[in-house]
Design a protein around this ligand. Structure first.
Ligand code: FE2
Ligand code: FE2
Length: 241
């Protein structure tokens, strides 16, 4: 393994450790908030369990980061990501869609892609354990959105989906080069090259996230337009490089 691969893998796992810790506090905060408007929701218990899962994931990722000589993960920041001016119930819905329907669903697809690659055994077992839980975490978001959609109009979220996507994705994946642009060896250590991240991100939106939102009353048209624009912008930047 080259020093560069070791450095990139260490940084990627340290970053993941921090994201897992942030997810843990976000899920606990959301579990506290839901009972005020939907005390019978099964999502409350699922969120508490998910917070414990994320703590476990954070420890697994931090161990791997340390094994690659990576930095400590830094301080997790858990702030409500809903726009200011949203009422408490709308803010919970915004965060559940952003964190679960989008982020967790994308995470499952990323981890599944890593599992198809020839990963190091230690990386593989961590990815496998995390992937199993993230599937359930994604479902919590869809379950919450479905409960809300059954009792009230959720279409107000539609124009906000592009902002959620902006907050989820690394801008660089759209301008990154093709298969020959990055060392394949990173895959063995659990890091997807940017062009693969783009492929996974786009495929998951088109196959899972957009149809799911449309079905539950959050029109995905603005998000589809956002994606088309990003892909066109990225393609033209790639062409001039
Ligand atoms: Fe996780
Ligand atoms: Fe998760």
């Amino acid at each position: 393994m080259t020093d560069e691969v070791r450095r990139l893998a260490g940084a990627a796992w340290a970053f993941r450790a921090r994201v897992e810790r942030e997810a843990s506090s976000r899920f606990l905060r959301l579990a506290e908030a839901i009972p005020s408007f939907d005390p019978g929701s099964p999502v409350i218990g699922l969120l508490r369990r998910a917070a414990a899962d994320e703590d476990r994931h954070a420890a697994l990722c931090a161990d791997l980061a340390a094994a690659y000589g990576g930095p400590a993960g830094g301080t997790p920041v858990d702030a409500c990501v809903a726009p200011p001016g949203f009422g408490a119930r709308d803010a919970v819905l915004y965060e559940m869609v952003a964190a679960c329907c989008i982020t967790e669903t994308e995470s499952v697809a990323t981890l599944a892609t890593l599992l198809t690659a020839a990963a190091e055994p230690r990386v593989r077992s961590v990815v496998h354990e995390i992937a199993r839980d993230e599937v359930v975490h994604g479902r919590m978001g869809w379950a919450h959105l479905a409960r809300e959609a059954a009792v009230r109009d959720v279409s107000f979220l539609s124009p906000w989906i592009p902002a959620m996507l902006e907050g989820t994705v690394e801008a660089g994946i759209f301008s990154a080069g093709g298969p020959d642009s990055e060392p394949d060896e990173l895959l063995r250590h659990g890091v997807l090259p940017s062009w693969r991240k783009r492929e996974v991100f786009v495929g998951t939106l088109e196959e899972v996230v957009f149809p799911g939102l449309d079905e539950l009353g959050v029109a995905a048209a603005p998000a589809r337009a956002w994606l088309t624009e990003r892909l066109a912008g990225g393609a033209s930047r790639r062409a001039v490089l």
